[in-house]
Structures are given as structure tokens and as C-alpha cells.
Design a protein around this ligand. Structure first.
Ligand code: PNS
Length: 165
């Protein structure tokens, strides 16, 4: 019987993509055939980068890898997952502090669509303390974040903060 391709959605703000996110994507690709990075398009949520910039940086970081798609979505995540025929939603977990909101979100998503499963992957220990926000804060004040983000993101962060200053 032909193998049915398994697809997972990895949703988030990705403002910007970090090496912690990449670690989760690589782990997800050990389980699923294809991962769709879905950047949240929510005009009322303040972000440093536009959705186009966030998508572009993610695309550049993966350099056209066949098993990774980069897209954006608005509205309900479960509707987007259904539209993409995805079996699962991937979320990364760093520490206990992530658990409560992730649990709440997963149960809400299940209530909205019981067909889509939430799959939680533990980030590598190396990335336990990183987040897009803390990286932006360090970068803003000239901190070296070069081993925490992919090269295209590092360049864009530097550009952004030089313009703002
Ligand atoms: O990177 P983030 O900001 O933690 O990602 C949050 C995200 C995008 C996964 C979440 O806000 C989301 O799914 N938003 C879409 C709206 C939705 O479906 N809400 C209902 C589930 S709580």
C-alpha cells in the first residue's frame, strides 16, 4: 500500500525564527514527512518584523528544503491545519512554565477540531533559555546573538536595530 504523506503544522509568531525553533523542526521531521512552518498573521499583535519579513527569513534559513514549507495564516489554527490536511500541530516545550498555556491552547484546539492532534516536542537543552523576545532584547543592546539564530535572521536583526537607533 502507498505510504500516505504525514504533514505537521508548526505554528507560531516566529518574530523572528530562532535556532530553538529550528531544533524543534528537525525533531518534527524525524516523525513527519513534511513540516509547514505557519507564521501567525495577526495585525493586532505587535511584532518587530512584518509577516512578509518573518516568512522570508524562515525561507532563507531553510534554503528551499523540500520537506519544509513556509507559509502564513490568519484566523483559527485548526481551520488552517485542516485546509493543509495536517494530522498534527507541533509545539515546542522548554520548561514547566510553557506547560500551562500550551495545555490550555491544545485543549481549545481539540475542542474546536478533534481530528487534529497536538504534539509536544522537548527542545534541546542548549535552547532551553532562548526565546524570540529575549534574543531581540539582547540584539537591541548590541549583545552577540550569532549562535542563537540562523544567519539570515542575524543580518535582519542587525539591520533593524541599526535603523531604529
Ligand atoms: O509563537 P506563539 O506566539 O507562541 O504562537 C501562538 C500561536 C500562533 C500558535 C497561537 O496564537 C494561535 O494558534 N493563534 C491562532 C488563533 C487560534 O487558533 N486560537 C485558538 C487556539 S488558542
Amino acid at each position: 500500500m502507498a505510504h500516505k504523506e504525514t504533514v505537521a503544522i508548526y505554528p507560531g509568531s516566529f518574530d523572528p525564527l530562532t535556532n530553538g525553533h529550528i531544533d524543534i523542526i528537525e525533531r518534527a521531521l524525524n516523525i513527519f514527512d513534511r513540516v509547514i512552518i505557519a507564521v501567525l498573521h495577526n495585525p493586532s499583535k505587535k511584532a518587530l518584523f512584518t509577516v512578509e519579513e518573518r516568512v522570508e527569513m524562515a525561507k532563507q534559513s531553510f534554503n528551499g528544503r523540500r520537506t519544509i514549507e513556509v507559509d502564513f495564516f490568519g484566523g483559527l489554527l485548526v481551520d488552517y491545519a485542516k485546509m493543509k490536511n495536517a494530522a498534527a500541530i507541533i509545539r515546542g516545550m522548554r520548561a514547566i512554565s510553557d506547560f500551562e498555556s500550551e495545555f490550555q491552547m491544545a485543549l481549545m484546539n481539540r475542542k474546536l477540531n478533534k481530528e487534529v492532534q497536538s504534539v509536544f516536542l522537548m527542545t534541546g537543552l542548549r535552547w532551553i533559555f532562548t526565546s524570540s523576545s529575549i534574543i531581540k532584547e539582547a540584539a537591541q543592546f548590541g549583545g552577540d546573538i550569532s549562535d542563537m539564530v540562523p544567519e539570515p535572521v542575524k543580518i535582519k536583526l542587525m539591520e533593524k536595530y541599526t535603523k531604529i537607533k
